[in-house]
Design a protein around this ligand. Structure first.
Ligand code: IMP
Length: 176
């Protein structure tokens, strides 16, 4: 059944059941890979909140969480400073950090986050994303964990939005 979010029509794409199953698989892999490491989940707001919550509940070893958000362009700075980081309160020095994204599209956002995180001298950084659009990806860094590779189409639901709406949908929809 198609749904409408603002002015666009979307159709079901990845069911809640498939998401749930994949999240468990990812969490199980993390539980093995980060055994005894007390990782710090670094969840990228806003889109990753639902995914991070489910992933963390299925991760079966000690861990901590922190949130980051890249603010909108400031625009008035003559220095060309365009983005601001909100969060990153926990000390991440010497921590094993797992960046949690909802979707990696061009890779631009994760690239900026990587630069910021590296400045804080973590022990290691891994990137985990629920969705990945390989056709749109323009960067050269590795993505360590991918939930689903998808084609280059706009999706909403399970935390992802279209102009602020659609985040509450419990499955992922694709634009028609
Ligand atoms: P990137 O910097 O191009 O990788 O884009 C990443 C950000 O763009 C994500 O964190 C989302 O906020 C947004 N985005 C990219 N593709 C989609 C989509 O299909 N649906 C919703 N948001 C998207």
């Amino acid at each position: 059944m198609t749904i409408k979010v603002k002015d666009l029509q979307f159709e079901p794409f990845i069911s809640h059941h498939s998401i749930e199953a994949r999240v468990i698989e990812l969490a199980n892999r993390l539980t093995v890979d980060f055994h005894g490491k007390n990782p710090l989940f670094l969840s990228v707001l806003n889109g990753s909140f639902m995914f991070t919550s489910d992933l963390m509940k299925a991760f079966l070893s000690p861990c901590e969480i922190s949130f980051i958000k890249l603010a909108s362009y400031q625009g008035t700075e003559s220095t060309g400073q365009v983005q601001t980081l909100i969060g990153l309160n926990n000390s991440i020095e010497n921590r094993d950090v797992i960046i949690i994204e909802d979707i990696v599209d061009t890779g631009n956002t994760v690239k900026k986050i990587l630069e910021l995180v590296k400045d804080h001298k973590p022990a290691s950084i891994q990137i985990l994303t629920l969705l990945f659009k390989p056709e749109a990806f323009k960067e050269d860094f590795e993505i360590d964990y991918v939930g689903f590779e998808i084609e280059n189409k706009f999706v909403v639901g399970y935390g992802l939005d279209y102009d602020g709406y659609g985040r509450n949908l419990d499955q992922i929809y694709v634009v028609v």
